[in-house]
Design a protein around this ligand. Sequence first.
Ligand SMILES: *Cc1c(COP(=O)(O)O)cnc(C)c1O
Length: 352
Amino acid sequence: MRTYNFSAGPAALPQEVLERAARELVEYGDAGMSVMEMSHRSKSYEDIHNAATQLLRDLMNIPQNYKVLFLQGGASQQFAMIPMNLSKKGKADFVITGEWATRAYKEASRILNANIAASSEAQKFANIPEITKISADADYFHICTNNTICGTRFTEIPDTGNVPLVADMSSGILSEVFDVQKFGLIYAGAQKNIGPAGVTVVIIREDLLENENKLPAFMQYKTHADAGSMYNTPPTYSIYMAKLCFEWLKSKGGVAGIQKVNEAKAKILYDFLDESSLFKGIAAKSHRSLMNIPFTTGDETKDKQFVKEAASAGLENLGGHRLVGGLRASIYNAMPTEGVQALVDFMKKFQN
Ligand SMILES: *Cc1c(COP(=O)(O)O)cnc(C)c1O
C-alpha cells in the first residue's frame, strides 16, 4: 500500500507519473529499450531532453534571454558554482534565513567577500528579515525563497535594482508563480518539487554566462549552456522523470493552477495548528511556507511518539529536520489534498 509521504526530499512524486514511468520502464515507445539505456545523443533521448526544457519554459514563463540548464551536484554544487561564475568585483550580499541560506553564504565566503545583508538567525529563522540595504557594488544578491527546514518563505521578492538577484528555489520552485524576470539566476535541486534526485535546474540570464574567471570548463555555466546541458552525459532518467512531472503539472492547470491547490492545502493544516490545543506551528504567520510546515507539541517525547504512531497510520516522514527536531510536514505539489486532510484527522485523534 502506498503511504502519504511527507518527506522533505527526496519527496513524494505524483502517482500518475510513477505509473506511467512503470509502463514505459522496460520499453520506451517504439525505441526498443528503456530510457535508462539510451544514448544521450539518440533522437529518442534528445526529444525527451528538449521537451523537458520547453515544458519548464512554458510552466515558468521563462523569457527568451534566459537559459535553462540541467546540471548535477544538487543545490549544494550551486552554492559553489554561483560565486565562481558570478564573481567579478568579488562581493555578494546574502540574506540568512536558515541552514541552506547559511550554507550558500559560507561556500561563497571561500571565493568572494560575502556580506550578510539581513538575517533572521536571532529569531531562530522563524521569519524573513526585513531587507533595508542592498550593496550597489555587489556581483549578486542571494536569497532562499522557501526555507525547507524552518518553514518560511519570501512572500514578496525584493527589488535589487541592477544587482542580479540569485535564488535558491529548491523547495519552492513550481509551487507558486514567480516572475522570472526579477531574477538573474534561479536554481533548484530536483528532488523536492521537480522530480527524483540527480538533476539540478539552473535558470540563468544570458548576460551572466560570461565571465573572465579562469575556471575549469566543467565549472562554467557557459560550457553547459553552449552544449545544451549535454557537455557530458546528463542524468537522463532524472530528466525524463522531470519531464513526466512537468506534463502532470501542466495537466493540473500549470503553476497558477497548482498554486491555488497549494494555498488551500496549506490552509487546512495551518488552520488546524492555529486552533489546536496540542500542536503549534513554528513559522511566523506573515511568512509561512506553502510547502514545508514545521510544528511541535512542545514535548520531545510526544513529538517522537507522534512520528511513530503516524507512520503506523500510513503517514510517513513527519519528523522535523535533524538540526531542529520537532515535526514537519512537507506538502509539495505531488501531495494530494486528501493526504493533508488525513494528516489533520490523525492529529485531531492524537490530540484527543
Ligand atoms: C534540499 C535543499 C538544498 C540541498 O540540496 P542538495 O540537492 O541536496 O544539494 C539546498 N537548498 C534548499 C532550499 C533545499 O531545500
